[in-house]
Design a protein around this ligand. Structure first.
Ligand code: 1PX
Length: 214
């Protein structure tokens, strides 16, 4: 399938993560948010049970877009410039209760943790058998990542939503990237780029001790 055929499909969305990394390994904010917006569009096709997840993701994307269109927009071009700017201006709360408005650093951390879930889920989808259950793949990847940061009530609501996911076959079809084999091949192409963005962000946050921001 030619790239040009993929108008609404996930190929374009996942490939967006490829354009996040600059030559000197910085993560560009705009394609990062664009990638998330595409994922949210896909999530919105999966039914009302997922709308609480979608709303939270949209709210976080919106916070970051506000930074990108505000007075300090130049400082939010990359994740690296954001971290440098917010830390040197004491804009990041390391403890609760918060004394500063919501920082970009803590907002991106939430999306970054969700990117880890995405990485695990897509890898599960890519490598699983045709008769695997998407709900199980999703639950396993969630429990191994995001669930560790969520309270019981969110975990419960998320697992109920996962239960409504379609079969692996239908899920791959819904991705709108051709046959299931083509969808699986596309995941294999896109995943290394998502992993790279994840790893670069993880080491940036570790270096600045930002991985536990409340
Ligand atoms: C080919 C597959 C594509 C699938 C696309 C799916 C896109 C999913 C987008 C999920 C974005 C989730 C962001 C969650 C951020 C978060 O952890 N927020 C919590 C903490 O924020 P706070 O500001 O309070 O510190 C917040 O409490 C979360 C609330 C909503 C529940 C989040 C559950 C996340 C489950 C992720 C799995 C999505 C399942 C999609 C099914 C395929």
């Amino acid at each position: 399938m030619a790239d040009g055929d993929d108008v609404n499909g996930l190929r374009k969305v996942l490939v967006t993560f490829k354009s996040c990394l600059t030559d000197n390994q910085e993560v560009l904010m705009d394609p990062y948010l664009e990638g998330w917006k595409g994922l949210v569009r896909f999530l919105n096709t999966m039914g009302a049970m997922f709308s609480f997840i979608s709303k939270d993701a949209v709210a976080k994307i919106q916070i970051m877009e506000n930074f990108r269109s505000g007075e300090q927009k130049e400082n939010y071009i990359t994740l690296q410039s954001m971290v440098g700017y917010e830390l040197s201006n004491s804009l990041v709360d390391f403890t609760q209760p918060y004394s500063c408005p919501t920082s970009g650093c803590r907002t991106i951390l939430r999306l970054h943790r969700a990117l880890h879930w995405l990485q695990l889920f897509l890898e599960g989808l890519r490598t699983s058998d045709a008769d695997s259950r998407t709900s199980v793949l999703c639950t396993d990847s969630y429990n191994a990542s995001l669930a560790n940061y969520h309270p019981w009530i969110i975990r419960k609501a998320a697992s109920m939503a996962f239960y409504t996911l379609p079969t692996r076959d239908t899920f791959l079809k819904n991705m709108n990237v051709g046959t299931n084999e083509e969808a699986v091949a596309m995941l294999g192409e896109a995943l290394p780029h998502i992993s790279q963005v994840y790893e670069v962000t993880e080491s940036l946050y570790a270096q600045h001790k930002l991985l536990d921001l409340p």
